[in-house]
Design a protein around this ligand. Structure first.
Ligand code: PEP
Length: 253
């Protein structure tokens, strides 16, 4: 069965001390009440090596928010997938809409990043999602299909099976406007069907597809109750212990 995952994306928030404090709070609440899903904390690069030891022995795994599209060398300021993996991180978010929009990350570059992440044993959380104009034009399916196929459909079935997908309608990210449970289910089912058409039913059935976009403790349960929604990629609500725990509780009966 595919994994249920709640992953927090801290983005460019939290000093190291604030981040460690949050992890300590989460460690306590999650030890008291075991989550019904995997929990991943994705932090800025600079925090990874310090946060990693604090997560040892907890239910939480560590992830990065990005990695370089090159393996190593003269790329000042970049951080490679090998470096991310060497901190103990297991996941890496790739293709986030903020990276696509502000840093012009395109399909081929993202394919290279995914390849390097996989080669270094990291699980990519690969983000896809349409902007508001696409949705208003009724083109969300075409846009999302293109994003997946242009970056991921050259991978072997074995490699594709290691990737987690995150459907994040851009109009819902950080806006307080969540996709309705129906809109989320509709898109997740479409994405799973596209994966099945390319890689077959077994790989599609085992592919975790997370929802992202203003997911919070109030709407998590309804979103996660959909058969094709396997958890969430959480921005704003990942920054406070009570909010993140509230989202994780979306998987509690
Ligand atoms: C995100 O950045 O991936 C995200 C979903 O953000 P938010 O939850 O704040 O909308």
């Amino acid at each position: 069965m595919r994994k249920k995952i709640v992953a927090g994306n801290w983005k460019m928030n939290k000093t190291l001390q604030e981040g460690i404090e949050l992890v300590k709070e989460l460690t306590t609440v999650l030890a008291n009440e075991k989550p019904n899903c995997d929990v991943v904390i994705c932090t800025p690069f600079i925090h990874l090596a310090s946060v990693a030891p604090t997560l040892k022995g907890t239910v939480m795994e560590l992830g990065a928010e990005n990695c370089a599209d090159k393996a190593s060398g003269a790329y000042t300021g970049e951080v490679s997938a090998a470096m991310v993996a060497s901190t103990g991180a297991k996941y890496v978010i790739l293709g986030h809409s903020e990276r696509r929009a502000y840093y012009h990350e395109h399909a081929e570059l993202l394919r290279d990043k995914v390849q390097l992440a996989l080669a270094n044993g990291l699980t990519p959380i690969f983000c896809i999602g349409e902007v508001l104009e696409d949705r208003e034009a009724g083109e969300q399916e075409e846009v999302v299909h293109e994003q997946i196929s242009n970056s991921l459909f050259d991978f072997s079935p074995e490699d594709f099976a290691k990737i987690v997908l995150a459907y994040e309608p851009v109009w819902a990210i950080g806006t307080g406007k969540t996709a309705t449970a129906e809109q989320a289910q509709e898109m997740h089912a479409f994405i799973r069907k596209a994966v099945a058409t390319k890689y077959g039913k077994e790989i599609a059935d085992n592919c975790s597809i997370l929802y992202g976009g203003s997911c919070n403790p109030k709407n998590a349960k309804e979103l996660f109750a959909n058969p094709d929604v396997d958890g969430g990629l959480i921005g704003g609500a990942a920054l406070k212990c009570a909010d993140f725990k509230g989202v994780i509780d979306g998987f509690n009966a």
